[in-house]
Write a protein that binds this ligand. Structure first.
Ligand SMILES: [Zn+2]
Length: 396
């Protein structure tokens, strides 16, 4: 997603209105329960501006009023919250091993979901299957009558920063795919925000966006599944994802760790994915393409070869964490993706390597917290839905 606030013309009134509205929505999202006067104090906006924007947002189903309370001896004001009962936004993930679709309310709660555990085929066929899942989701009684803000789709590869086109998904063999156009052709539903992003970016965005209170300065979400990716997010009220010239920021799975190493799906040699990834573990340990990798390997933990392979892959994951830490210095590292289902045999060596190899500079500072998301089945889809909400908050 592009950075949200790029003024097109100095003094553009619509831009100013959009900025005020989005600032107020973000303040209520981070600090639920504030009154109009509290928001004015926090944002520096006048009480009159806050009052008129809050009224408009309440009328359009974005905010709801809660209890009456008095603070500091002033006039009592109504607490304000995001309205979780009105709008819905949809998020989808095309993963290497399946499709996911979720519907969330403005508070980030999952209201309904659909999943299919078949591997995607061609882009067009996948768009058709995903469209049927989305239609099934839209028919769910939990959301059928709610206004929909739009649809975000997460894909396993870098997305061009200027145009929403998937550049390359090495583990699907897709190149330069205008996936939203394929999806639009299948869905009779053009309204709202439509966006496309890399799955690790989407997951990172969702994890950061729905943090209540002041968020960390930045987070890095390391997504370890069939492939390896990373999303970085920072910015309290207007979270921003750095993307780079070609959308390749976070493609840590294709950083080269072994000169002239094993061949990677991306066409290069010695990438991180040749040391730790779902596809590498499948190939090296002989797990069938249609079998669950985690279930298959967890059932074989008594085989020394399997335990050793997971320990080696875990150390490579720890090495990647360390490289991320030294390169980006995030306030928090989050480990997600389907490989986290492997649990201790993979994660413990990763954390041990990370802890044991802090350099002298980092050793002197507080250790960066690491959060492990054991079940990230819907994390990227939910994050894509969060991106829809962030975009829609500017455009309402
Ligand atoms: Zn590679």
């Amino acid at each position: 997603m592009p950075n949200h606030f790029t003024p097109h013309a100095a003094g553009d009134l619509n831009y100013l209105k959009s900025l005020n509205r989005s600032t107020i929505l973000s303040t209520v999202r981070r600090y639920p329960g504030l009154s109009r006067a509290d928001i004015a104090l926090r944002t520096g906006l006048t009480k009159a501006t806050v009052g008129s924007v809050v009224n408009a947002l309440s009328d359009s189903g974005w905010l709801r009023e809660g209890e009456l309370h008095a603070r500091g001896g002033g006039r009592p004001g109504r607490s304000l919250y995001l309205d979780g009962e009105h709008h819905v936004m949809l998020g989808a993930e095309v993963g290497v091993k399946g499709l996911r679709v979720v519907a969330c309310n403005l508070q980030g709660e999952l209201l309904a979901s659909q999943r299919l555990d078949d591997s995607p085929t061609t882009p067009a066929q996948t768009a058709a299957v995903l469209a049927r899942l989305i239609e099934a989701l839209r028919g769910d009684p939990a959301i059928a009558t709610r206004p929909c803000l739009g649809l975000g789709v997460a894909l396993p590869g870098p997305v061009a920063p200027q145009a929403p086109i998937l550049r390359l998904a090495p583990n699907l063999g897709w190149v330069d795919v205008d996936f939203l156009a394929l999806l639009r052709a299948e869905l009779d539903w053009p309204a709202g925000v439509w966006l496309l992003d890399n799955e690790a970016n989407a997951a990172a965005f969702g994890e950061f966006y729905f943090i209540e209170g002041a968020p960390p300065e930045s987070i890095a979400y390391l997504s370890a599944g069939s492939g390896i990716g990373c999303g970085v997010v920072s910015g309290e009220h207007f979270p921003v994802i750095p993307r780079g010239h070609q959308g390749l920021v976070g493609e840590i799975g294709h950083t080269v760790l072994v000169a002239e190493g094993a061949r990677c799906h991306c066409g290069n040699h010695g990438c991180a994915e040749t040391l730790v990834s779902g596809w590498m573990l499948r190939e090296s340990l002989g797990v069938e393409a249609d079998a669950s990798l985690s279930a298959s390997l967890l059932a074989r933990l008594d085989e020394p070869e399997v335990r050793a392979a997971l320990a080696r892959a875990g150390r490579a994951l720890g090495l990647l964490m360390l490289n991320l830490h030294h390169t980006l210095n995030p306030s928090m590292l989050i480990l997600g993706g389907s490989l986290m289902r492997l649990g201790e045999p993979l994660v413990a060596p990763a954390l041990a390597y990370f802890d044991a190899h802090q350099n002298d500079l980092l050793r002197q500072t507080q250790r960066v917290p690491v959060k492990v998301v054991e079940d990230s089945t819907f994390t990227a889809a939910r994050g894509a839905a969060a991106q829809v909400m962030a975009r829609a908050a500017i455009e309402v």
